[in-house]
Ligand binder design. Structure first.
Ligand code: BES
Ligand code: ZN
Ligand code: ZN
Length: 483
């Protein structure tokens, strides 16, 4: 746990932080001339010598923690700051510092936000399943803001909101597939709706059947835990005109592959297959908490994908909500089937901009790995806005082509479409989705199969859900509200 206080002036602290980039001090407490000279010598040695990225030194009687903010290859300077703060946070917990002072009076708001974000990431834990969870030391951070105190306090409130929502997403994604089923996600969505006064519509299996949402019903047939679709609406009174953002999330609470069953190795990771839905939920929660002036509708497509006596058979055909027929060639390509329902539902709410987020294909993981989300978009301006929103938040997006040359390979001999083709898995998945988007919307598909979850320490996640996408979605909503 941690607390952070934005204060005008420095108070009493156990240690003051000095961030450095190469040989230059970036943020530092006020130092005597003598101390300054010593610091310069130390920095020369740090950069050229065998020092760690974090060094605790007492200089001229002042306890200083040197933190390297320039280390990370391939990351921009803001992400360098987030990572530096993350390392600082971990170190401060381990060393059990009481109060750590950071003098950030000269920081730009985005630098201040980056540092605080890193500190919050450092405190995240998912240890509810440990019989003896280790006690985490609580650090108090004093963020000295000088004349910027009011402005940076406002930034702090924003960061806290975003990180609270990120924690919600992470906790949901990290939960094992047997412990979090569609109905559990529905309960959480209800709670979010209640807390933030969002309109909520829950369709259970009977309602889905009545209305012909056959994607969810088809995939959900194999599991004992029934599918749901949840629609959340945020309608602020002062909303920007002519813009309405829809966010559709893939929420497969566990993906065994169904009858086209996955190999045993690594199957456990498929708890992450509801990350899209968790991200959509966290994003609308953040947007509502921050009271952004934009209409947003989030649709969560929730189901399990399991083999079972009644499971969908390879070769079975169903009619999607927009009337097109689909042959299920491979039951493991289930995400695109349930998204047909989500895209339709978002369209019926007359969204102008529509994003679907899904851990959709292993092909995307092979193409871009764990650091970059490949996305598809049918509008150049929207595409630019997405990349920019990501960049502000250390979330990398790479534009992928909706290549028409591959489109015909999705045609089936018996039904209109089949759900898989032999090659270019991530692109053909996007082309499949394109058949089901509402008319006249700016649409983007985010394939987060590689970026939503990590099994090794990566950036500011030690293990599990990364929360990828929440920050970018909120930044994007901010941009759309202003355009
Ligand atoms: N949920 C998986 C995709 C996935 C893979 C997510 C790795 C996260 C990490 C998806 O439902 C799936 O199984 N896709 C298949 C599609 C194939 C059958 C065409 C895949 O990518 O192998
Ligand atoms: Zn699958
Ligand atoms: Zn899946």
């Amino acid at each position: 746990m941690m607390t952070s206080i934005v204060s005008k002036e420095s108070g009493k602290a156990d240690v003051s932080v000095l961030f450095y980039v190469k040989k230059a001090v970036q943020f530092s407490p006020v130092l005597s001339e003598q101390a300054q000279e010593q610091v310069d010598t130390v920095l020369d040695g740090m950069v050229d010598g065998p020092f760690a990225d974090l060094e605790f030194l007492e200089i001229d009687g002042q306890p200083l923690l040197f933190v390297n903010a320039s280390k990370e290859k391939g990351l921009d300077s803001l992400d360098g700051l987030r990572m530096a703060a993350y390392r600082l946070g971990k170190h401060a917990q381990k060393r059990q510092f009481g109060t750590v002072s950071l003098v950030l009076a000269d920081a730009a708001p985005e630098q201040f936000a980056a540092i605080l974000t890193g500190l919050y990431h450092a405190q995240y834990r998912f240890d509810k399943y440990k019989s003896k969870a280790p006690k985490v030391h609580s650090v108090r951070y004093e963020l000295v803001a000088g004349t910027q105190t009011k402005a940076l306090n406002a930034v702090k409130v924003q960061v806290e909101t975003l990180m609270e929502c990120t924690t919600l997403c992470r906790n949901l994604v990290n939960e094992p597939g047997g412990s979090l089923v569609p109905a559990d996600m529905v309960k959480v969505a209800q709670q979010v709706a209640k807390n933030h006064k969002l309109a909520i519509k829950i369709r259970d299996k009977a309602q889905l059947t009545k209305e012909g949402f056959n994607g969810l019903l088809t995939v959900g047939r194999g599991g004992e835990n029934p599918p749901y679709m949840v629609t959340l609406e945020y309608k602020p009174t002062a909303a920007a005109k002519h813009v309405h953002l829809g966010i559709v999330g893939k929420g497969v609470t566990f993906d065994t592959g169904g009858l086209s069953i996955k190999p045993a190795n690594g199957m456990w990771e498929m708890r992450e297959d509801m990350a899209g839905a968790a991200t959509a939920l966290a994003a609308i929660q953040a947007i509502a908490s921050l009271k952004l002036p934009i209409r947003v509708t989030a649709v969560l497509c929730l189901t399990e994908n399991r083999p079972g006596a009644n499971a969908v058979l390879p070769g079975d055909i169903f009619t999607a909500k927009n009337g097109k027929t689909i042959m299920v060639e491979n039951t493991d390509a289930e995400g695109r089937l349930i998204l047909t329902d989500g895209l339709y539902e978002a369209g019926s709410h007359k969204v102008t901009h529509l994003i679907d987020i899904a851990t959709l294909t292993g092909a995307m993981v092979r193409a871009l790995g764990n650091a970059i989300t490949g996305f598809f978009c049918n509008d150049d301006h929207f595409s630019t806005q997405i990349v920019a929103a990501g960049k502000e938040n250390g979330e990398k997006f790479w534009p992928m082509p909706l290549e028409d040359e591959y489109a015909d390979s999705l045609k089936d001999k018996v039904a209109d479409f089949k759900n898989v083709t032999g090659e270019v898995g991530a692109i053909t998945a996007a082309l499949f989705l394109r058949e089901f988007i509402p008319e006249n919307v700016k649409w983007s598909h985010w394939d987060v199969a590689g970026t939503a979850f990590t099994t090794k320490e990566y950036k500011y996640t030690s293990f599990g859900s990364t929360g990828f996408g929440i920050h970018s979605l909120v930044a994007l909503a901010q941009r759309l509200a202003q355009q």
